[in-house]
Design a protein around this ligand. Sequence first.
Ligand code: MN
Length: 380
Amino acid sequence: MKNSLIQINDTTLRDGEQAAGIAFNIEEKIAIATFLDSIGVQELEIGIPAMGQEETESIRAIANLGLKAKLLGWNRANRSDIQASLNCGLQRVHISVPVSDIQIAAKFHGQWRVMLDRLKDAINFACDCGLAVSVGGEDSSRAEASFLLDVATLAQEWGAFRFRFCDTVGVLDPLTTYNKVRKLITHLHIPVEMHTHNDLGLATANALAGIQAGASSVNTTVNGLGERAGNAALEEVVMALKRIYSIQTGIDTKRLLELSRLVAKASNCPVPPWKAIVGENAFAHESGIHAHGILQNPVTYEPFDPEEVGWERRFVVGKHSGRHLVFSVLQEQGIILNSEEIQLVLEAVRHQAVEVKRSLTVEELLNLVSQTRSYAHANR
Ligand code: MN
């Protein structure tokens, strides 16, 4: 697997935007697509052409940017969806069909033959129009394994260049994902793409398991934005591939933080402080033991250099800080305290941090120092 090429097919502009309450305007969509392209993301799923005028305008605008990334539109298995993609100037389309009994019952009244007929017709129509066709099995994770393989094999036969395995409701674990995807890989000769959701917090882990099984493309969204609990996060998948498997995706990781901020702003969804890779606390150190370690050697408590993802290391003084950290932060401000003074400041820091329920700013720390010093002076 180490030498295999894994490509990211980012769907922030399709599945990411499908998240409840998210709506990008055309300028934001263009900015996000341009940024993703500029850092080296190879493929972008940029929307659903069948949604209507506003959506097609932004898809057409992105298609006209002349990006290096391949662009994909999302479609149901019918000619009018495909025609809408064509009208946007797209050259590749994704066609999604339900493959689990639950989904086929809801969307095709249980008539799986009708679903397959529609898929065949949609693929034929798209291929005749000169489009490259990716096919996705919606709810692949809950589909009967032999039926899923039949659908994928037929899609391949009818002309699909890739099959997407979708854990649509995020119910798999990595080992099960591996086994299910492995089965597709051994029987298909077209590449398999992973599409995973985070309902049980396993989207990134399941995407990696699929890649280990042989999938060579993976859907991501920036910040893990997506329906319900979201999708596999681009920054997590890219960094896990890089750090765990030494797989380069061709993406400039130093700009991941900047990308995250762009999407957080456009989606009006700030990332939580503890969010992997891009959260405010991802490289912040407050506790005494950790800060002491980091001051000696950053490798003690950092998985990799923050600069690799565009962050910088931050020391913050708060409830869990110790003498070493307080001393070092104050030293940077040109203040050297003796050990007695440090102890008094430390106690004051702990008291105030609990009161304000956060770590303290440098200014607040300096205030505590002067209060402590005048108190000590008055009691001399
Ligand atoms: Mn999805």
